[in-house]
Design a protein around this ligand. Structure first.
Ligand SMILES: Cc1ncc(COP(=O)(O)O)c(C=O)c1O
Length: 358
């Protein structure tokens, strides 16, 4: 397979890394004495499966009822296959290799719908790219100027949807508008998509070759310590990323734990319902409190709360050894609070009531 025409010059001159190439050859051997591994150790003595076809199919089978087929417009596109998927060492690796593969250092510009997850800007700057923040505006901080993006015509635009830290979602046709309006890639980070009933952008994947979706096992799937993220994109994008990704990064224990989680998802699915119910209860309760200025309507497993005096409330929470994220630098006087267990949420709410003089 050729590589993507928009690949960085340095990458386009490379051969596929030999550990990956070897497995593409699909040869069958009875005895493998080519890897210098220890023949006397047991379970994990061999290098990990680099293709993970079964795991990819299992993931697709789990997400299709959740997001793809739930959306009637998806029916007109071909279904996704393992060739649309790359597992990564958390989404963080996905962010890093997308920039590393397609964006030319000291030359290309990326845009970020801002405020957003800070890693896009962090790795953009590491890769010596020009980073332009496009402000999210409006009541729910979920609109922006498409004209400004078109004027810049970035190599890549980063869209966190649902967004961290605002917890809100863009209208889905905005993603479609972005895909048709710029020459570069539209990366939609759906780290929190399992917590919303709004449709995913997955349905557009086979329609727009410049659309790339990021998912993770760290949030809703409860496997942050396992480190596994997912890039879903056109097969040519996925193939090209394999020239850059560190071979064998997604380890055998990681694959095993993800497999276990996807094979028995009932408890995980049940936890999503619990989290969503708790979220609604917390949003309702928070919006009645005197210390609270405003509660954003959350489509995620966290809530963005604008406070009358965030410094005072954060101090009080700290005295009760409760940690929340201070988001005041991007959204004045705001905190981001994750939806915890029922007990944790109760303790958090107690302090919030105290902060409101109750
Ligand atoms: C929007 C978003 N994307 C990606 C990540 C990182 O995910 P991972 O643990 O898979 O690297 C986070 C973590 O906070 C996030 O909020």
């Amino acid at each position: 397979m050729p590589i993507h025409p928009n690949t960085r010059t340095a990458v386009s001159k490379l051969a596929i890394p030999s550990p990956i190439k070897k497995y593409f050859l699909d040869e069958e051997w009875e005895i493998d004495l080519s890897n210098n591994t220890n023949p006397y150790s047991e379970k994990f003595s061999e290098y990990p499966d680099v293709h993970q076809y079964n795991l990819k199919n299992l993931y697709l089978s789990r997400i299709s009822p959740l997001s793809v087929s739930a959306d009637p417009s998806s029916q007109q596109y071909p279904p996704l296959t393992p060739d649309n998927i790359l597992f990564t060492v958390g989404s963080m690796e996905g962010i890093d290799i997308l920039l590393k593969t397609f964006c030319e250092p000291n030359k290309d510009t990326i845009c970020i719908l801002h405020p957003a997850f800070s890693a896009y800007e962090h790795w953009g700057l590491i890769h010596n790219l020009e980073v332009k923040n496009i402000p999210l505006v409006g009541e729910n901080l979920n609109s922006f100027s498409l004209a400004d993006v078109v004027k810049i015509n970035p190599k890549m635009i980063w869209v966190c949807n649902p967004n961290n830290p605002t917890s809100t979602m863009l209208k889905r046709d905005v993603i479609e508008q972005l895909c048709v309006s710029i020459d570069g890639f539209v990366v939609v980070d759906e780290a929190y998509i399992e917590f919303t009933d709004q449709p995913s952008s997955l349905a557009y994947l086979n329609k727009y070759k410049n659309l790339i979706i990021l998912r993770t096992f760290s949030k809703a799937w409860g496997l942050a310590g396992v480190r596994c993220g997912i890039i879903i994109a056109d097969p040519l994008v996925i193939h090209t990323l394999r020239y850059v990704q560190l071979p064998y990064g997604v380890s055998s224990p990681t694959q095993e734990l993800v497999n276990q989680c996807l094979s028995h998802p009932e408890k995980t699915f049940e936890s999503w319902q619990r989290i969503k119910k708790e979220r609604e209860n917390m949003m309702d309760a928070l919006s009645t409190l005197g210390a609270v200025e405003r509660v954003f309507k959350s489509e995620t497993n966290f809530i963005l709360v604008v406070l009358k005096d965030s410094r005072r409330v954060i101090k009080l929470l700290k005295e009760h050894r409760i940690k929340v994220l201070d988001c005041s630098t991007s959204i004045p006087s705001s905190i981001r609070v994750s939806v915890g267990t029922e007990d944790e949420n109760r303790k958090f709410m107690e302090v919030m009531r105290k902060a409101s003089g109750l």
